[in-house]
Design a protein around this ligand. Sequence first.
Ligand code: NAD
Length: 340
Amino acid sequence: MNYKYSHCVYIGRFQPFHLGHLYTVEKALQLSEVVIIFLGSHQVAPNIKNPWNSEHRQSMITGCFDAATRDRIIFAYVRDRLYSDNLWVSDIQKQVEMITDASDSIAIIGHQKDNSSYYLDLFPQWDYLPIDNYQDLNATAIRDLYFSGSDDWQRSSQLPPSIIADLKTFQSDPEYQRLSEEWRFIQQYKKSWSVAPYPPIHVTVDAVVVQSGHVLMVRRKASPGKGQVALPGGFINPSETLEQAMLRELKEETGIKVPTPVLKGSIVGRQVFDNPDRSQRGRTITHAFFIQLKSGPLPRVKGSDDADKAWWMSLSSLEKNEPRFYEDHFHIIQHFISQI
Ligand code: NAD
């Protein structure tokens, strides 16, 4: 069979892979010999927007196709680079270059869903194959039903049968319980702000404290991100400056045995992190402070307040732990340590 393209790129999170996604892959397979499915948001710690990791998503999608079709699908994983579209595009370019030859004809397929679909325009070197909205299916609405505990998510014929079976099995996983709890927390949180005349914009602070090749981390005690690895930090109080709030949160959550003047004098950088999707609670802008302490024995720390544990994580183990990091805290640390 003659195909118009040798390869067709399809990027998405597929949380979960619904009939609109399936329809798109089938279209791509009609036009292209090989379809490269990029599983986005690779290594994100599970949350109600990205509940399933890349390996699980790949296995769910593979289960929707027969063996002959599977041979024409290549999976690739791509991390988010929340603060650099150029790095994200370059990751995708590199992977496509490894899969294809210079003589190959490449297209990218997708649907302009909303503003978040702007990334489809970042690949002008490939033909763009637009897809119409398929039956108005919406993965967010499916996840809302699924985590709310309603059975309607499986009755609505929006999902391929093998995905329904997989999601039913996942309901007996403890992670489903944790995510359902998180889903309820976020709904309640948003409801409590719904009476405000404008959507709230929250302001938080985070402390990136580094000493002798280690960064100070906490484990979150409660939703959202219960059990995930985070920077010490939190919301500012009305009467505080950002710096005061950061020092207060740092002391409260880690009990770090370093005098406040020394912490203040060791601030060597600060940066705003404002990706509109960085928090599931709603628009949250954080101000991160980089505190570089003098080399020596690591100060004693102990988790308290919103943290049930505080410890010094070696910089070498950051990448290994990436899928455990809350929100964009991994990216925040990467930003500062690349300047050390
Ligand atoms: P998605 O699973 O929501 O959608 C995948 C594709 O399916 C999209 O083309 C979408 O428009 C389409 N689609 C959805 N509903 C449809 C329907 N009913 N009918 C037909 N098509 C439908 O995934 P997504 O969120 O669009 O994935 C984008 C990925 O790229 C994410 O992982 C995002 O984080 C990543 N990204 C990263 C950066 C960065 O890190 N700098 C920048 C842009 C995008």
